[in-house]
Design a binder for this molecule. Structure first.
Ligand SMILES: Nc1ncnc2c1ncn2[C@@H]1O[C@H](COP(=O)(O)OP(=O)(O)OP(=O)(O)O)[C@@H](O)[C@H]1O
Ligand SMILES: [Mg+2]
Length: 344
């Protein structure tokens, strides 16, 4: 058993047999950025002891009922994200990614389970506290560039607006310009969105989302409408915000190249967390740093886990499987006797 990224004991590491081998990439700056993000987050939280579990989901359920039909979008999802982490969420269309983000950002209320962010219990928020949560704790970036910015305001005015609405006095323009510089679009400060590229608009949206210094930033496919190179720039802006401001960031993405740029990627399947890829920094023989990727299956409190679809297909696993406990592992074999004997 290996500790999960969430710090919870009991995640099973996938055997790499059906994996072409996780590439070992030398990305020294990412490790440094992550370190800085953790330090900034620790400063914000007032000490390392408060770092655990900034976001906690346990057995989270969201059922939608439309015209008598029930859709279980989240089926007992477990997820723990620490302060200062930058986590990518990936998964097929309809797997529940947006539902999860909407719940965590306070836009939607879950049906059952636990969803806690900092001191906020998201299942038991009064309207007043929900409003406070959304105003003070979280920033949100939508996929559609047009949804993040007001078209008749310049970039700097767009960033100032949330500060104005929150009643912040003094230093607004200066902070807005500083944030635009931080995400690399200082040159667009006095332009309206119509005169900015899609990537510039999304980077500006990052500045807007953190204008009021939220603890957490959620982004639902922020690079979905962009090409790969432009998407990478937006992701770089997110990494900078994470490292410099210590903001916890949860970003949903279809873009696997982007998922490669974070330390932790959580895959959701059918409304549950199915697996995680973690990249850990190791020191190489010549004293440099390299990131090593490892994939883990997520085991829940009751011992359930999902086998990756390629594993299931490779051995034609169906209905029942045989489990054998070995001193250092659990083996899973096809349950069908004839098949099992054949392969022995
Ligand atoms: N408001 C709603 N009413 C009814 N069903 C919904 C609603 N929102 C989502 N669903 C259903 O819940 C499931 C999960 O949807 P969700 O939007 O979270 O998926 P997703 O992973 O974000 O997909 P995509 O990658 O396409 O954005 C889907 O089956 C979807 O049809
Ligand atoms: Mg979605």
């Amino acid at each position: 058993m290996t500790a999960t990224a969430s710090g919870r004991p009991g995640s099973a590491r996938l055997t790499p047999r059906h994996d072409p081998g996780q590439p070992t990439t030398a990305v020294p700056d990412l490790a440094a950025l992550q370190q800085r993000a953790a330090e900034r987050a620790a400063e914000r939280a007032g000490g390392r002891d408060r770092l655990r579990g900034h976001i906690v989901c346990d057995g989270l359920v969201r059922i939608f009922k439309t015209e008598g039909v029930e859709v279980v979008a989240l089926q007992g999802l477990d997820l723990v994200i620490d302060r200062g982490e930058l986590v990518a969420i990936v998964g097929a269309s309809g797997s529940g990614k947006s539902t999860l983000l909407n719940v965590l950002s306070g836009l939607d209320t879950p049906t059952a389970g636990i969803a806690r962010v900092a001191d906020y219990d998201l299942l038991a928020l009064s309207n007043r506290r929900r409003l406070a949560y959304r105003r003070e704790m979280v920033g949100f970036i939508w996929q559609q560039t047009g949804r993040n910015l007001l078209p008749y305001l310049t970039a700097v005015e767009n960033v100032e607006l949330p500060m104005k609405l929150a009643g912040r006095r003094g230093g607004r323009r200066e902070r807005a310009r500083r944030l635009l510089d931080l995400v690399g679009v200082g040159h667009c400060a006095d332009r309206r969105p119509g005169r900015m590229s899609g990537g510039e608009q999304q980077r500006c949206a990052v500045a807007v989302a953190v204008a009021n210094d939220p603890e957490i930033l959620f982004a639902d496919e922020p690079t979905g409408e962009l090409d790969e190179a432009t998407g990478a720039e937006v992701f770089a802006a997110l990494r900078t915000i994470n490292a410099e401001l210590g903001v916890t960031i949860v970003v949903v993405t279809h873009d696997h190249a982007v998922a490669d740029q974070v330390r932790r990627t959580v895959a959701i399947r059918d409304g549950r967390t199915a697996s995680e890829v973690r990249r850990t920094a190791r020191t190489t023989a010549d004293g440099g740093t390299e990131l090593v990727s490892e994939e883990y299956a997520v085991l829940d409190r009751t011992g359930r886990m999902q086998l990756p679809a390629p594993f299931v297909e490779a051995l034609s696993l169906r209905d029942r499987v045989r489990l054998t406990l070995e001193p250092d592992r659990v083996e899973v074999r096809p349950g069908d006797r004839a098949h099992a004997e054949e392969s022995e």
